[in-house]
Ligand binder design. Sequence first.
Ligand code: HEC
Length: 141
Amino acid sequence: MLNKPPVIAAVVAIFAAPALADPVEDRQAIMKERGQIMRTLGPIAQGRQPFDAATVMAALERLNANAQAHDVAALYPAGSEGGDAAAAIWSDMDGFRAADERFKQGVAAALAAGPQDLDTFRATFGPAAQNCGACHESYRD
Ligand code: HEC
């Protein structure tokens, strides 16, 4: 690390950081980042901020990486009940995994669409974003 320029050192630090021990904290950190990314994408989808393809693609890349990082087995192990995670996650793990899979696939499709205009963005981002509320309704207290 010693001879690396500061930017590279910073990037290395970012990727090395999320080795937290507590699955509740880990999953809440992922969800918080999700919420943060949505504050960029949501207003654009709603037409309250201008569509900018580079901004949208960068945010979709982040959202996709965030979605992939949501490893259900690692983040919701038996005995990690707590936070705002509903008991239904553990009593209906298949349903929870399916909801997670729908979200992952929706985000991947929105990214793969490579939206260059607002209509294309809305057509794929809208269905992906609906999975947030759908999952929270059943699996978040
Ligand atoms: C597959 C289910 C699922 C999907 C999809 C999902 N969430 Fe969550 N979310 C949860 C669960 C479960 C919690 C509670 C975690 C805990 O407290 O242990 C949560 C918590 C949160 C929180 C609160 C985090 C905190 O503790 O501060 C935010 C914000 C959030 N989600 C945003 C989002 C957004 C935005 C999306 C979509 C882009 C999304 N979530 C998609 C399951 C989901």
